[in-house]
Design a protein. Structure first.
Length: 399
């Protein structure tokens, strides 16, 4: 697959009907405007997520209202801004209620994973199950038909010029955007090829600075907004976990010595250094989390390296797996902020003493050089020539 070339897919043209997912931010607002100016029939849609369960939080000096988070009380204002923009520009606009699905597929997933000692990425599940899932299903139920679905993501839709993994299949795939500093491919790696067929990202060839410049020239109010946060602000984390009491436990080192007490494993992530409240005379980091025994394990920085990882719940373009017995060379990102690193991927055959429960077929990913703080629950996303060729959820790192 290393030699495969890819063709970027055509953008909507004048006369096409385009559904645009809108949040009120500069990216989605400019996307809608550019398509409108191009002569497309634009239909705006916003997904309503917030159920009012998290109230406005106050501190000693002022109110904290995370308007720019995708989940929270700022949603009503965001919807009002989208509605005003669409009315001003003659764009049909809809709000679809996906609160119940969001609660199940994102919020409960987020909480359950943390309480299991894992580090989830809720934005990945939101994109797969809500933005490119439940929201489009709700639009279909309204009887709205469209040629393309566009969002403000920084990514590209491409198609291989020859078949993938030795087949003749040419599924729609995700490639990196021009502005690598804003690349959002990691977030959308789980969106199926069947959905990507109608998806387009009009900002793919623009840099973020150019987006703001165009938005200011168009006098868009969204150009003056802060960058939106992913998922929910830290202010709301405790409120999300308030449905169950946290269970304190021991913080230990790799030899089992008790170093202190934690306030509940859901408040810790692999690689964390701040907020540990222990004093051992040298820097320590969260090495692992033992959910079964309610332990947080600390270690020195150099003891956090892994030579490989095992991932399950894998997705492949067009559901086409690599040939049996093959080993694939690619680059892998093990978290959004990490740099893609060379690796080799092969099917993992569990040993007899491996008691792990895997979701689907597990895969072994060997790093060319050891990687720090491999976190179960995060995603390992595979790239070749800048194109996503697959990805899965990290089950564990091998240190």
């Amino acid at each position: 697959m290393n030699e495969i070339t890819y063709t970027p897919q055509e953008m909507p043209e004048a006369g096409d009907t385009v559904l645009v997912g809108m949040s009120g931010g500069v990216d989605s607002t400019l996307t809608a405007l550019l398509l409108k100016e191009k002569g497309c029939r634009v239909i705006g849609v916003t997904m309503s997520l917030w159920d009012g369960s998290i109230v406005e939080i106050k501190n000693d000096t002022n109110r904290t209202r995370v308007k720019e988070a995708c989940y929270g009380p700022g949603e009503e204002e965001n919807i009002a801004e989208c509605k005003d923009f669409c009315e001003t520009h003659g764009i049909e606009y809809h709000v679809v209620d996906v609160k119940d699905v969001y609660k199940e597929k994102v919020l409960e997933y987020f909480k359950n994973e943390y309480r299991s000692g894992r580090t989830p990425n809720p934005c990945i599940m939101c994109n797969r199950n809500i933005k490119f899932g439940a929201m489009l299903e709700a639009v279909d139920k309204l009887g709205i038909q469209y040629d393309y679905f566009c969002t403000g993501h920084y990514a590209k839709i491409v198609r291989p010029d020859t078949g993938v993994f030795g087949t003749e299949e040419r599924p729609f795939m995700v490639s990196g955007a021009t502005d690598v500093s804003k690349d959002q491919t990691y977030f959308i790696y789980r969106v199926p090829s069947t959905i990507l067929q109608k998806v387009r990202f009009p900002l793919a060839n623009l840099k973020k600075s150019e987006v703001f410049e165009l938005a200011r020239k168009a006098s868009l109010d969204a150009a003056n907004r802060e960058e939106s946060q992913d998922f929910v602000g830290e202010e709301y984390r405790d409120a999300l976990f308030a449905d169950k009491p946290s269970i304190p436990g021991d913080i230990i080192d790799l030899d089992g010595h008790i170093l202190g007490r934690h306030r509940g494993i859901e408040h810790y992530t692999i690689g964390q250094r701040k907020g540990l409240d222990v004093a051992v005379g040298y820097p320590v980091y969260v090495h692992s989390i033992d959910a079964k025994n309610n332990l947080v394990v600390l270690a020195k920085n150099e003891e956090l390296d892994s030579t490989s990882l095992i991932a399950d719940d894998f997705v492949w373009p067009g559901n086409i797996e690599p040939p049996e017995g093959s080993e694939i060379e690619a680059l892998v990102k093990i978290r959004l902020a990490s740099r893609p690193v060379p690796c080799k991927i092969s099917a993992y055959v569990p040993a007899e003493d491996d008691k792990s429960e895997y979701k689907g077929k597990p895969w072994l990913i060997k790093f060319e050089t050891p990687q720090r703080a491999v976190a179960p629950g995060q995603s390992a996303v595979l790239y070749q020539n800048g194109v996503i060729i697959g990805g899965g959820i990290i089950s564990r790192g091998i240190k």
